[in-house]
Write a protein that binds this ligand. Structure first.
Ligand SMILES: [Zn+2]
Length: 123
């Protein structure tokens, strides 16, 4: 939910607010990311232990990554929290926003100054 984040590095995930430690807090957004977060749900099945679900968050590469290349993910924020994007991808959406909320973001907030209308047609 917008406004519930404790720092600029917080990530909303699986209904929780996470405070990522380095190096994860340094993953920048890109509209064409080279990584994604993957959630793993693990059940603690130790004998005699109370069953509890443990969540792990992994960074998964979406393609081969060159040495020295910046790691990026799609922040996919709610449209209410979206900020203008300057990721530089040829198909930059103009807003750091969930894909399925991009149209409502554009209707409600317009086009950011850095957004190029022709970006939708490029790929
Ligand atoms: Zn972008």
């Amino acid at each position: 939910m917008p406004g519930d984040y404790r720092s600029r590095y917080c990530v909303g995930f699986a209904g929780a607010v996470l405070e990522p430690e380095p190096p994860y807090r340094f993953l920048n957004h890109s509209c064409r990311p080279n990584c994604e977060f993957v959630e793993w749900e693990i059940q603690n099945e130790d004998e005699g232990a109370e069953v509890e679900k443990i969540y792990e968050l992994w960074v998964h590469a979406l393609r081969d990554i060159q040495k020295g290349e910046e790691l990026t993910i799609d922040y996919a924020w709610d449209w209410q929290s979206a900020i203008p994007c300057q990721c530089g991808a040829p198909d930059c959406r103009g807003w750091i926003c969930k894909m399925d909320e991009l149209e409502i973001c554009r209707r409600q907030r317009g086009a950011p100054a850095s957004y190029r209308e022709d970006a939708d047609r490029e790929s």
